[in-house]
Design a protein around this ligand. Structure first.
Ligand code: B12
Length: 370
């Protein structure tokens, strides 16, 4: 945002920075009334004829950065999970408020086409998809927004009921990539073009492309691609995953995935042996450790699926950062990686992925001994 706005409440001028800070303070204070008033005001202050552009700026330059800041502050342990949930709920209200303020300016406008926006099954991060849906509406698309964790069968049923020019699939968590791949090919089998987006699809959408989906980095990019027109899939679009990902033929993804429960169980035993203080852990701490190990194994399985060691290394580095912020030494992850290396010694791709992550973890950071 580039203009200087005047606060409806106080009559004083607000810079973009002040608007951002006021929204942030409202989120921290769980003050949904003030947050909603701020975003309504920021759209309204743009004046007649500018409502749609102002609404888009508020969504992408005010609400989205606030939501990203929620993630940064939670990761650094400066925000509790409850505060993160409250802030997200308020931001969702803010998105609805922006949509309400903009709705009259959209009335009677010709539609560009109809698209369906949905999160892949298991994906709870609905706000990124919602932002994409609202920006597309502001730009003249009719949008069927299906929200979080849409089971693929229901998504396909929806496509059979209502014609869509494209399906836009959102995912934030890479562990959902195998599900996303199945959803992409199932949607394409109905003859509907698919565009994927969200952090799960990797740097520059590398995994979306491997899964034969179009990709855009953000809501505006999605609009641009839709305007250019997406190729309609042909009748033979239905396919097994290994047609796109030939490495799956080695069965490592399938076998390691099937053994996940046993892998987590054995890793917990090995970590307890290597890290005796764990024996004094209470029930809650044990459950969290088991959960963390479960996530590690899920990301390993996903890295095997897309055959990309970087996916796993990035996750391990992220986990190390989260632990570090909570005064748990990141090196405490090493026993878990070592246990998995031992258990999976007969799986060459898994061994390579684990070894790469282990090396990344043992490279000394600034001021931190390995
Ligand atoms: C809010 C939040 C939640 C909420 C979500 C509620 C909701 N209604 O959305 C809840 C509490 C449910 C949640 C749960 C979890 N979360 Co969370 N969450 C977040 C948080 C803080 C904000 C997400 C968000 O809205 N971002 C703002 C939008 C604007 O950003 P965006 O994703 O980049 O979206 C843009 C683009 O990606 C793109 N885009 C998105 N989708 C699409 C689709 C298409 C087609 C296109 C073209 C473009 C596109 O356009 C968007 C707008 O420009 C993020 C932190 C972050 N930085 O994002 C963590 C984050 C995503 N969560 C994280 C984690 C780990 C989890 C949990 C696993 C935690 C746990 N232990 O249970 C669970 C997983 C739940 C699940 N099964 O999905 C991690 C993921 C890390 C990783 N390495 O995978 C993050 C990054 C937190 C962090 N700071 O580290 N989370």
């Amino acid at each position: 945002m580039t203009t200087r706005e005047t606060s409806a409440a106080t009559g004083t001028a607000l810079t973009d920075g002040e608007l951002r800070e006021q929204l942030w303070q409202a989120l921290l204070a769980c003050d949904d009334t003030h947050a909603v008033a701020l975003v309504r005001f920021a759209v309204g202050a743009a004046g007649p004829g500018r409502t749609l552009a102002a609404a888009e700026r508020v969504l992408l330059e005010l609400i989205a950065p606030a939501q990203e800041r929620v993630g940064v502050e939670w990761a650094a342990d400066r925000l509790t999970v409850a505060q993160e949930h409250a802030a997200t709920a308020i931001n969702e209200r803010c998105v609805s408020a922006v949509a309400d303020v903009a709705a009259p300016a959209l009335a009677g406008a010709p539609a560009r086409g109809r698209v369906t926006v949905a999160c892949v099954d298991g994906e709870w991060h609905a706000l990124p998809a919602r932002l994409v849906a609202e920006v597309l509406r502001l730009r003249g698309w009719r949008v069927d927004y299906l929200g979080a964790q849409v089971p693929t069968a229901h998504l396909i049923a929806h496509l059979h009921q209502r014609r869509s020019d494209a399906v836009l699939l959102s995912s934030s968590i890479p562990a959902h990539l195998p599900t996303a791949h199945a959803a992409i090919s199932a949607c394409q089998a109905t003859g509907t073009p698919v565009m994927a987006g969200g952090a799960a699809f990797g740097p520059h959408g590398r995994y979306a492309r491997r899964m034969q989906a179009a990709w855009a980095p953000d809501a505006v990019g999605a609009h641009t691609l839709l305007e250019q027109g997406l190729d309609r899939p042909t009748a033979d679009a239905a396919r097994l995953p290994d047609l796109d990902l030939p490495h799956l033929a080695d069965q490592e993804y399938t076998l390691v995935g099937q053994g996940k429960r046993q892998l987590v169980k054995q890793t917990l035993i090995d970590v307890e042996d290597a890290f005796p203080p764990m024996r004094t852990y209470g029930e809650g701490q044990r459950e969290r450790t088991a959960e963390d190990i479960g996530h590690i194994v899920s990301y390993l399985v996903t890295a095997l699926y897309v055959d990309d060691a970087e996916l796993f290394t990035t996750f391990v580095a992220w986990t190390a950062g989260i632990l570090d912020a909570r005064s748990v030494p990141p090196q405490s992850l090493l026993p878990a990686l070592d246990s998995l290396l031992h258990q999976l010694k007969d799986f060459p791709r898994a061994t390579g992925i684990l070894t790469a992550a282990r090396s990344a973890l043992t490279v000394p950071g600034p001021g931190r001994p390995a």
